[in-house]
Design a protein around this ligand. Structure first.
Ligand code: PLP
Ligand code: SF4
Length: 326
């Protein structure tokens, strides 16, 4: 019998030695840091680790998940809340920054810990909304008719079980001013078995338009199981988009970026955003300069049709939208 996604979550790698043994790597070759892992622990599902090349300390997927000494360095302009999200918190679990769209943060937990994540330093990392708080957020959305789209974010909203999501989607269905539900999730990529039949039923039966924005940074992340998960989402009439983060040593080359777009398109996903790194403490070693980012974008545009080139964006606190770099 297939292992459930919940069991797969519990079986994720969380200690250096077990992961290194699995990847046939010597722990001494990796600049690992217990201090880096103290504030934001190692966490990687086996399904994702299986796509890391064995015996390759420079693998682009490995680099995304390995707590290393570089995270302890200080970089100019880096902080704990680089995008001003904490200022946009309207009430527990609700962020309202942009016109017509709100972020609902039900959970701060994730199936994988991406070292470059700007939420790594957030106070709500382990937060789970209780039923009352969730209802309060739903009422706030109901009472503001300017809100057309609710974005389930986190953490990773697909960490919530199907029963809980069904309840949430039932409430959304009752709000007539709400047109779209968007889910920002890395789970179809890192734990494709999360796309259960029950989840598909919830999405298919919703009267709202559903958009799932997955998060993949490198073509090696997309294997057959990911392709299947995305095809299943398609079968539930979901619009599929991808967001990536531009990361030094992961995807800061035009070959990786183009291959990623092509692979995504093959499995029914359109590239949406390529995020310029948010300047969060602990992530400075992933930074790509603006000059290099623009050169990459230019080369990218010269190789692929426009619909396969994501928008290069940056998040600035106080702005009315994400800013395009061009
Ligand atoms: C990115 C983001 C959104 C969504 O922005 P889009 O440009 O619509 O994708 C909404 N709210 C917040 C706080 C965000 O950071
Ligand atoms: S899955 Fe998303 S929210 Fe979670 S650690 Fe990775 S980038 Fe951050």
């Amino acid at each position: 019998m297939k292992t459930s996604w919940q069991t797969q979550m519990q079986n994720a790698f969380t200690d250096f030695q077990t992961l290194c043994d699995y990847l046939q790597l010597s722990i001494d070759d990796l600049n690992l840091s217990n201090d880096a892992a103290k504030s934001f622990p190692l966490r990687v599902p086996v399904a994702f680790a299986a796509r890391i090349e064995k015996s390759n300390p420079n693998d682009p997927l490995l680099r995304q998940i390995l707590p290393i000494g570089d995270e302890l360095k200080n970089y100019d302009g880096f902080s704990d809340d680089p995008v001003g999200d904490l200022n946009a918190v309207k009430q527990t679990g609700l962020l309202h920054k942009y016109h017509g769209r709100v972020l609902l943060i039900n959970t701060g937990a994730c199936a994988i810990h991406c070292r470059y994540c700007f939420r790594r330093n957030f106070p709500y990392a382990d937060l789970q909304l209780n039923k009352q708080q969730e209802m309060d957020v739903i009422h706030a959305i109901q009472n503001d008719s300017s809100i057309q789209e609710v974005i389930l974010s986190g953490g990773d909203p697909l960490i919530l079980n199907d029963e809980r999501l069904a309840r949430l989607f039932d409430e959304f269905a009752k709000i007539s001013t709400l047109k779209r539900i968007r889910i920002h999730t890395r789970l179809p990529i890192v734990l494709p078995d999360r796309i259960t039949d029950e989840l598909l039923t919830i999405l298919k039966n919703s009267p709202k338009k559903i958009i799932v924005v997955v998060h993949s940074n490198h073509p090696n992340e997309i294997d057959e199981n990911v392709a299947k998960a995305c095809q299943r989402l398609k079968s539930a009439n979901v619009t599929l988009l991808n967001q990536s983060v531009l990361l030094q040593g992961v995807n800061d080359n035009v070959t990786a970026l183009c291959e990623l777009s092509e692979r995504l398109f093959e499995i029914g996903v359109l590239p949406y955003y390529l995020h310029f790194l948010d300047k969060a403490n602990g992530t400075g070693h992933f930074q790509v300069s603006e000059k290099q980012a623009l050169a990459l974008l230019n080369a990218f545009q010269n190789r692929l049709p426009g619909y396969l080139v994501p928008k290069l964006v940056t998040e600035q606190s106080g702005e009315l939208a994400k800013q395009y770099l061009k």
